[in-house]
Design a binder for this molecule. Structure first.
Ligand SMILES: CC(C)(COP(=O)(O)OP(=O)(O)OC[C@H]1O[C@@H](n2cnc3c(N)ncnc32)[C@H](O)[C@@H]1OP(=O)(O)O)[C@@H](O)C(=O)NCCC(=O)NCCS
Length: 152
């Protein structure tokens, strides 16, 4: 939570939602519909990624949150989390993974980061979050996966 609160890209209400999602996962590790992977550096939490199967879909997953401690960014931790989540989603039969993000300049770095990890913008919803703040939907296709089972 300290890392989330210390991340300027996230607004306070977004931090509240992230906390609810983490709590939901911790209270029901197998049934919440969320999975969380944590990166540790010298036994301290350096970041986490939260993802899960999209309800009512086959082989479709969402990446909900990813954050790395501001002091630790740019050293490959985010990339390692992203790749670890992709491996886990792939093992569970993922065909597609989606990330929703904002079009504002604050998220430019995150967008470049996602593109570097195989995601491309497939939809652009103007003024979605607020006037002038569009929603971008990024998609990653898992190679060779046309069908799959979810939630393993
Ligand atoms: C997006 C985010 C998770 C990336 O985490 P990170 O640990 O900085 O990611 P990485 O270090 O793997 O990669 C980031 C950059 O560092 C570079 N990098 C990777 N390994 C590196 C290394 N060993 N040394 C220096 N730079 C490195 C990457 O090439 C990448 O460059 P880019 O800016 O051109 O894409 C992090 O910036 C973050 O928490 N941002 C705020 C929250 C956010 O926007 N989350 C995403 C939306 S939910």
């Amino acid at each position: 939570m300290k890392i989330l609160r210390n991340t300027p890209e996230f607004k306070p209400f977004e931090v509240t939602v992230a906390e609810e999602v983490i709590d939901s996962y911790l209270h029901d590790l197998d049934g919440s519909g969320y999975y969380v992977l944590v990166a540790e550096l010298d036994s301290a939490v350096a970041g986490f990624i939260c993802y899960g199967p999209t309800p009512l879909c086959q082989g479709t997953w969402d990446v909900y949150w990813e954050v790395v401690d501001r002091e630790q960014q740019g050293h490959g931790i985010g990339g390692a989390l992203m790749e670890a989540a992709a491996t886990e989603m792939g093992k569970a039969g993922a065909r597609l993974a989606f990330i929703e993000t904002s079009s504002t300049p604050a998220y430019d770095k995150a967008r470049r980061f996602h593109t570097a990890h195989g995601y491309e913008v497939v939809a652009h919803l103007p003024d979605f979050y607020q006037p002038g703040d569009d929603k971008l939907i990024l998609q990653k296709r898992f190679k060779g996966k046309q069908t799959g089972k979810q939630g393993d």
